[in-house]
Design a protein around this ligand. Structure first.
Ligand SMILES: [Zn+2]
Length: 300
């Protein structure tokens, strides 16, 4: 996207109406009594009755056997821009069923398939192993969810990244190393090199669909943005996660901390149309200029 287009869109958004800055109380997915003994099948309420649940299977090629292929659409307007501060002074939170990292210095702008722009602030990120979303039915070793909240309302965007030692390469990943896997709860962490991770991502395969939290209460308030650029991770790093969940008989009888994939139920999955793409998504070190401009407009 160009700066000009971004500014025009921001002005348009400003004209849409009043702005409410919500207190960031939703610093993590609501937890309740989460267990993965049955991969989430026995969760109640909207988890069992909802029709827009997450995760789902993503078809990654047009010629694929994914049942969801018929509901895959390309979009020339779908785009995402992320920006953040250096991730320092973080603490490892071990919630038993995930590792969770509170960090609010991240921002995300999201253009959907109708070319609506919304902006979001990072609340936290956390880990699933194996991945929750599948691609043509295949799980990757690790999926990390960066949960953002809309700057105007309660809507969430979960930005999902994937790590796999076969698809991405069996190589130690500095971002994963910095997460302190295996360390005790409340361990202070040194700086997490998230900027390096984001800067090197290929944003050509962006998928978007409307879904839910993947843990109870499974609220259907989440726009999912999945970047299918599978990152390297070493076998040893994968083992560290699996020792915690998938290979830990005391966790969920030897299952991971992933909910099973859900029915699509007539929803569409949108994929960025790279054929008509003019620009790559933009990642900028520090607080992005456009984000500063945007927040200045909102707060004025
Ligand atoms: Zn998650």
């Amino acid at each position: 996207m160009t700066l000009k287009r971004a500014i025009i869109d921001f002005r348009f958004i400003k004209d849409l109406g009043f702005i409410i800055i919500f207190t960031l109380v939703m610093s993590r997915q609501s937890l309740g009594n989460i267990h993965y003994n049955d991969e989430g099948r026995d969760w109640t309420g909207i988890c069992s009755t909802g029709k827009s649940q997450s995760p789902i299977d993503i078809p990654i090629k047009w010629a694929t056997e994914s049942d969801n292929l018929l509901f895959l659409k390309t979009s020339s307007t779908l785009d995402v821009m992320v920006s953040q501060k250096q991730m320092s002074n973080l603490t490892l939170k071990d919630n038993i069923y995930t590792y969770y990292y509170a960090f609010t210095g991240g921002y995300l702008a999201f253009w959907d398939e109708s070319n609506n722009l919304d902006t979001y602030q990072l609340l936290q990120f956390h880990v699933h192993a194996p991945s929750e979303h599948t691609f043509n039915g295949k799980h990757y070793d690790v999926e990390i969810h960066f949960v953002h909240q809309n700057t105007n309302n309660n809507k969430l965007v979960a930005f999902g990244l994937f790590f796999d030692s076969r698809t991405g390469g069996d190589k130690e990943n500095e971002f994963i190393t910095a997460l302190g896997v295996g360390k005790s709860n409340n361990t202070a962490l040194s700086e997490i090199p998230a900027l390096n991770l984001l800067k090197n991502l290929n944003f050509k395969e962006i998928f978007h669909y409307e879904g839910s939290l993947t843990t109870p209460p499974c609220s259907e308030v989440v726009s999912w943005i999945l970047i299918h650029d599978v990152q390297p991770i070493s076998s040893a790093q994968v083992k560290d996660f699996n020792n915690k969940w998938m290979n830990n008989k005391t966790f969920a009888g030897g299952k991971g901390n992933n909910r099973e994939v859900q029915q699509l139920n007539q929803r569409f999955i949108y994929k960025k149309d790279t054929a008509s793409m003019q620009d790559q998504a933009i990642i900028i070190d520090g607080v992005c200029f456009i984000m500063l401009l945007l927040f200045a407009i909102y707060l004025s």
